[in-house]
Structures are given as structure tokens and as C-alpha cells.
Design a protein around this ligand. Sequence first.
Ligand SMILES: [Fe+2]
Ligand SMILES: [Fe+2]
Length: 278
Amino acid sequence: MNLFAISDLHVRHAANRDIVEGLRPDSDDDWLVVAGDVAEIFDDIVWALGTLNDRFAKVVWTPGNHELWTPPKDPVQLRGEERYLHLVRTLRGLGVVTPEDPYPVWQGAGGPAVIAPLFVLYDYTFRPEGTYTKEEALGVAHAAGVVATDEYLLHPDPYPGREAWCRARLAYTRSRLDRIDPALPTVLVNHFPLVREPTRILRYPEFALWCGTEATADWHVRYRATTVVYGHLHIPRTIDCDGVPHREVSLGYPREWRSRPVAPPGLCRILPGPERRR
Ligand SMILES: [Fe+2]
Ligand SMILES: [Fe+2]
């Protein structure tokens, strides 16, 4: 019985869709964590998670920024929180665990552990050096020609901005995490890294603005994480923070995974340890 994880499936790309079609558990009892960026088009998201949900005993999902886009060609034109909640209702209908559901407890090898899918977005606090406000930081990013597509397609409605949505998500998520049995360790799953460290090697450092929030910097300690699972950066690796492995489990775009030494990328085993990629 294994707890596997993957993120950034980006099934708009045919080669990635093929990979999803090829993903299989090792046993009928295996769980799969999907840490966001499945796709942008609503039906693609539902197809991919439905396909995986048919194969794994449990699928746990948290949204990436791509799920939250409202692409002009998507028949589903809901924006912001409405789109997110429509995704939650649809995926929950398939049996997928979302950030709005009770956190499941892994009782297999390496457990027990609370598997907590988090959706906390970002708030522009991973700012470039020498900038102290969101406005200053965005000014530097624009001048460098680095602007995330989120600025055009990830609408924060009904919140006045993405950082306001992030603040609301942080408060909601803290209240959920605070209620977990303190005797239980956790596996924290978030699309964005919970700490800034993994963003230090970004090719375009200004892009860190769209990659997380400083408000979660101590969550791996505060909430007893044995592992933090994240994606988004498309730089799969493991970083140790305070003795807790933070594991980026992203697949990424075909041009990215084709250039890696081990291809095609597969599932990362989170529990039981030790880690392995197959
Ligand atoms: Fe991604
Ligand atoms: Fe992402």
C-alpha cells in the first residue's frame, strides 16, 4: 500500500495525456495525491482526475493556478471562487478528495498521517530584492518582462485581488489545520511551495511573486509535517527544511521532462519512505 504523488500534469499536451493514461498503482490499495496544474479547460481537469480516480483507491487533489484560469475558449466561463467551488463539487461527485473535504488519514505503511490538501494561493510576498510592496515588486517584474499569465486569466472574484483571496484561504486553512489531532503527523500538499527556498533557483527570479506566500513559512513545523508535497516550479527535487523534506513532484511540459535524464517521469512515492521515483 503506497501513497504516491504527482503534479503539473498539464494534459493539454498530448504527450502528457498519454502519460496520465499510462499511470497505474502498484496495488489496489494505493492512494494518489495530485498537487495541481492538471489542466486549464474544465472538462480536461475532470477527465484526468476521473481517469486516475478509477484506478487508485483514493485520489487527493488541490488546485494549481492553471485550474483556476478562465480560458476564453473554455465553455465553463466561471471565474475565481465560483470556478473553484464548481470544480470542488464536480470532483467530489467523482469521489476525489478536495481541500474542502475532511482530511483523510493514511493508515498504510509509514502511517498514520493526515493527508492535508491545501489551497492557499500566493500574495506577492516573495518579492525581488530591494522591493518592499506588491506595487514595487510588480514594477520590477514588468520592467524585466516577467509577468505570469495568472495576471490575465486567474480572476480573484469576488475578492478585490489575488492576495485578498490568498488571505481568506490562509485563515480558512489555518483553522482547518489547527483542528487536526495534535498526536498525528501530517503530509501537507499545496500546489505552491510553502517556503521560499525552492524559488531561489528560478531562471527568472521575479517569477517568485506568483509562487507562494511568506505566511506559510513555518507550517511544516507548526503542523507536524513528515513531508511537504508541492509543484508549480517544474523543477522536481527535494529540499530539506528543519529536517522536513519538501518534495516537488511535478511532471511539467513535454519539452521539460524530455530533457531530464530519467524519462518519462512517473509517480513519487511519499509513504512509506524511503523516497523513490519509478
Ligand atoms: Fe505547472
Ligand atoms: Fe502552477
